[in-house]
Design a protein around this ligand. Sequence first.
Ligand code: NDP
Length: 314
Amino acid sequence: MNQDIERVKVLIIGSGPAGYTAAIYASRAGLNPVLYTGGQPGGQLTITTDVENYPGYPDGIMGPEMMEDFRKQAERFGTKVRYGMVTAVDFSQTPYVVTVDEQVTVHADTVIISTGASAKWLGLDSETRLNGKGVSACAVCDGFFFRGQDVAIVGAGDTACEEASYLANICSKVYMIVRRDEMRASQIMQNRVMNNPKIEILWNTETEEILGEEEVTGARVINNVTHQKRELKISGFFVAIGHQPNTSVFKDFIHMDESGYIKTIPGSTKTNVEGVFACGDAQDHIYRQAVTAAGTGCMAALDAERFLAALENH
Ligand code: NDP
């Protein structure tokens, strides 16, 4: 049941660097934006530790602290930050209709999509069953629970390398499960894991099953060249195999690529729907950095501002 209807000029969906930067610009332009945070207020940076590559922080900053700063800066200029999840949209008419938590209806002249991306999973039944009982997609959030114990991590990108190194600082041993005979990660990150005596890399290896009833006790892995199986005795199983854009709620209206990343008109944040803009990881599968997300958030706010100005001049 729709109980409340609110009319806004700029509705921002998502609360990572893209969403908050859009909010800072839109609020400073006097557009009184409303921002809905989504299920993970602050976005992916809230599940990371040190951010050392965001310009302006010479000593680095913790991800959650940085996102608090983003939120405060957006609120300082009048952004209304609300907790809620967008559950439906109708972009077939203007103003655009956005439903939050299946009960609040917002009518928006422009919408800025900054919903980011979420972790991918392997898709094993045992992974679902033991999720939160030793299976995790965030080493930084959950590594602490396995201090002094043996753990495994799946993946071979920069995230997996970063998290394997992080886990090696806390845990007694880290098995890194890599499905090919090489890694996708940058050379510097690969070197870091390869030179860490606490990390054992299992090349050409895939996970058949995560073992344990009430909690993780091991994992059965198979070498995809020799077909030799091995049981690892571990209490934590981390998955770091990439991300999925959080865009499914928009799929009936917004053009996307086959992975669900929103297509924007090059050099802008414009989508195929006039007045609906996309920024951050929801539309970027290449750079995926906090600073690039923030940059496109700024672009989205400027695009929205120009769109509204053109509407008023008509
Ligand atoms: P990536 O997409 O780069 O890597 C995903 C990894 O997971 C790949 O090695 C892939 O293997 C593996 N994988 C995917 N599916 C499966 C599966 N079903 N089973 C086993 N392995 C699987 O994701 P990341 O999250 O690592 O990185 C995303 C982006 O963020 C990248 O651009 C990265 O450079 C960047 N990043 C940068 C950091 C930094 O600079 N500090 C830190 C973290 C991320 P395969 O190679 O065989 O496809």
